[in-house]
Design a protein around this ligand. Sequence first.
Ligand SMILES: [Zn+2]
Length: 266
Amino acid sequence: MRLFRRLPALVAAALLALAGLSAAPAQAREAGVTAAPAFKAPYPCGQRWTYSHHSAEVRRALDFVRSDGGATAGTPVLASAAGTATRYSQPSGAGNYIAIDHGGGWKTYYFHLSAYSVASGASVAQGQQIGVTGSTGASSGAHIHYEQLYNGVGQNIVINGAALSYPGSYNQAYLTSDNACGGSGYPFSTWGSGVNVRVDARVSASVVATLAGPTAVRVLCQKQGDTVNAEGYSNNWWSKLRDQNGFISNIYIDHPDQKLPGVPLC
Ligand SMILES: [Zn+2]
């Protein structure tokens, strides 16, 4: 957890700006349309939702509600692809919403959230929870209003390489998510540099790996261990990382909560 996680980056950017340099990573830019990311459904693996399009929408949006017996309200909203998330609030319209910038001119929008799950400016992995499905703003019931935009223009929505249809009402077309199905664990990002991964949730436990910088990780489970005081935070929760096969303090998980929501106990 970290509340002011972006401050060092902002300070660094300001210093670079003063020096006449750019903090933006070098990226190859092609003329014309950049290939879209491999977008996945904006809700959890295995869930079946139905979708529809309102002709009055200003862009090529689709609205999604659950059709597998589960409650729509309260279901995690997942990033369709990796990128940088920004929070917005538009009480008279989109409500609480997240926009993810995927680079190359591509963005996705997720409207009417009951809660945000990431901070503005957070780097998110595909399948990472970014919010909670709700009905904030101009909405008559819980749903995910979802858009894919290229250079600010709404595009026909494509999931897993297949274009979705635009039915005028629900229960005509359905989409089962395979987002974040790939292997166990919950996707998060870390921050900080030189973060040690330890064999157990203790500061004296031996180091099994070191994360050089911000890293996309899969958290298998979490537990309480030694209290860590670092970066102005104090936290005794630790996450077990799938690929590194060890624990890091939750201080270095890029999420505002001390205990990660939805992640089981070890
Ligand atoms: Zn909508």
